[in-house]
Design a protein around this ligand. Structure first.
Ligand SMILES: Cc1cc2nc3c(=O)[nH]c(=O)nc-3n(C[C@H](O)[C@H](O)[C@H](O)COP(=O)(O)OP(=O)(O)OC[C@H]3O[C@@H](n4cnc5c(N)ncnc54)[C@H](O)[C@@H]3O)c2cc1C
Length: 490
């Protein structure tokens, strides 16, 4: 819980951007606090997006989006081993199906060159169909970007946060910033339901809530408009349809409805682009889902709608002007914004973090290197990826690895317990899901959900009725159901 010790920097928001900033600041001898309003990190836009490591040819040359996309892509590739990131460089294709679209991908190629994207090529129809034989017959050619890839976005945020916490950053969940104190035009600290926390600097990484957080400090310099994107996720048996990220030629408002594998071996289609009023409206609709299927069919005919296993939506944080807003507040000393971080914000996150650190230094924050900084996260056991001998050795060492809880994804009780007790560990059923994949398979937690609930209850010493699915108040059981909500004690 917050103490009255003076904090150097408070980061508001534990999405990919806040988590990456936390890790970047952990490299320095600073007292840093990350505050997140939900019971877990990565519960808003960071968990619901296209999960693509963009190459960087979309954004206008010279924009922050362009600059930080290309740098972020490079940083992610460098960080993969240290942080244990789930990332595959599949490459991407922007498919052209008309002469006008061939011209458009030619422009993207030039723009990518100006942005410094390595390895871009325009491929002929034959070359494209050789890579992706299930594409539409209308395919005339495509822009190929070899540095594009797919990533687990919530996995990346949790990995940044874990490394930040291991290096001294304090992360407090269920701690919304409700007011910001400003004295003589400068940040004095933040108010939370747990008390006041004094701080020299506040970094606003609050996603679609960034304009609200800014206004809490009296800075009304920008507005965020939420723009929704809906998705359909497919069973692994549909994943053989494409092996790269397949985009249509983009429009002015979005990169269009794409078809892509996920890093966990599924496939998805989406997103559409719907302006909405509420910053928490992530409902999906029949009309929206029909729109994305129709869009995806134009690229890859025969989308197996019957094999979809879930649907979800995420909100783009669209700022006035369209570019990222990264820098000091024009109104309040000590307030730094990382706002309007719409796509490619996931890819750009580590580069945004570098920029925020530079802004803080320019504002007078003394940043001596943290000599004990360890860039490497501890390895995680992925039971399903072990060979038989390694599995047996592990089970002999810890019998919890001998109990498979999620049958769809082969996730063991040992992995779930480790995820609960890791640094910044899981406290909710969805928190376990994001860390282990238990509940992400074909049955979507229908079988393992109650057992995961029981394991959480046992490990956190809670009654099952106090275990939540995801958000504050999202209790799953009103009473203990014998056997369904029980696991062996240990
Ligand atoms: C449909 C869609 C597709 C996308 N596809 C891609 C893609 O393929 N590749 C890519 O690079 N980018 C993509 N993006 C963009 C990317 O997802 C975002 O840029 C990124 O997730 C933004 O991260 P964030 O940390 O800024 O925001 P968030 O993840 O929303 O995190 C903000 C956090 O702040 C917290 N918060 C807010 N207010 C408070 C408060 N008062 N107190 C405490 N905490 C608070 C919230 O609870 C939240 O956890 C996509 C976005 C969308 C919506």
């Amino acid at each position: 819980m917050p103490s009255n010790d003076r904090t150097d920097v408070i980061i508001v928001g534990g999405g990919i951007v806040g988590a990456a900033i936390a890790r970047e600041l952990a490299k320095y001898d600073l007292n840093v606090l990350l505050l997140e309003r939900h019971p877990d990190l990565a519960m808003e836009t960071t968990k619901a997006n296209s999960a693509i490591l963009h190459a960087g040819f979309d954004a206008s040359p010279g924009s922050l989006k362009a600059l930080l996309n290309v740098r972020g892509n490079e940083l992610f590739r460098q960080l993969q081993a240290d942080l244990g990131l789930e990332l595959k460089l599949t490459g991407s294709l922007v498919v052209a199906t008309s002469a006008a679209e061939m011209d458009a991908i030619g422009e993207l190629y030039s723009r990518g060159g100006e942005n410094g994207v390595p390895g871009l090529k325009i491929l002929s129809r034959e070359q494209v169909l050789d890579i992706e034989p299930n594409l539409t017959e209308q395919t005339l050619g495509a822009l190929h970007a070899p540095t594009a890839g797919i990533i687990s976005p919530f996995g990346a945020a949790l990995a940044f946060a874990e490394n930040a916490a291991l290096n001294g950053v304090k992360i407090i969940r269920e701690c919304p910033v409700t007011a910001i104190a400003v004295t003589d035009g400068r940040i004095a600290g933040v108010h939370t339901p747990h008390g006041f926390i004094a701080a020299r600097f506040v970094v606003n990484a609050a996603g679609v809530g960034a304009d609200t957080v800014s206004r809490l400090a009296g800075d009304d310099s920008f507005r965020i408009k939420p723009r929704k994107g809906e998705y359909l996720l497919f069973d692994k048996k549909a994943s053989c349809l494409v092996k790269t990220v397949v985009f249509p030629t983009p429009t002015k408002v979005s990169k269009g409805i794409l078809v892509s594998p996920t890093v966990h071996g599924n496939m998805f289609v989406g997103p559409n682009a719907l302006d909405c009023r509420d910053a928490d409206d992530v409902d999906t609709s029949a009309a929206g889902l029909a729109e994305i299927v129709a869009g995806a069919e134009k690229l890859v005919p025969g989308i197996p709608v019957g094999a979809s296993i879930t649907q979800f939506a995420g909100l783009r944080a669209v700022a006035d002007g369209g570019d990222f807003i990264i820098g000091p507040s024009p109104a309040v000393g000590g307030l730094v914004h990382a706002a309007g971080i719409q796509s490619p914000g996931l890819t750009a996150a580590p580069a945004i973090a570098e920029r925020v650190a530079a802004v803080l230094r320019d504002l007078g924050l003394e940043m001596k290197p943290n000599r004990r900084f360890n860039p490497v996260n501890p390895p995680r056991v992925l039971f399903s990826e072990l060979d038989a001998a390694a599995r047996q050795a592990l089970i002999r060492e810890n019998p919890l690895y001998g109990r498979v809880i999620c049958r769809c994804e082969t996730i063991t009780e040992g992995e779930i317990v480790a995820a609960i007790h890791s640094v910044c560990g899981a406290r909710t059923v969805d928190g376990v899901k994001r860390r282990t994949r238990a509940g992400m398979g074909r049955c979507q937690g229908g079988f393992c959900g109650p057992r995961v609930t029981a394991i959480l209850a046992r490990e956190l010493s809670l009654p099952v009725t106090a275990v939540r699915k995801d958000t504050v108040g999202s209790y799953l059981f009103f009473d203990k159901i014998p056997r369904l909500c029980e696991v062996d004690s240990r």
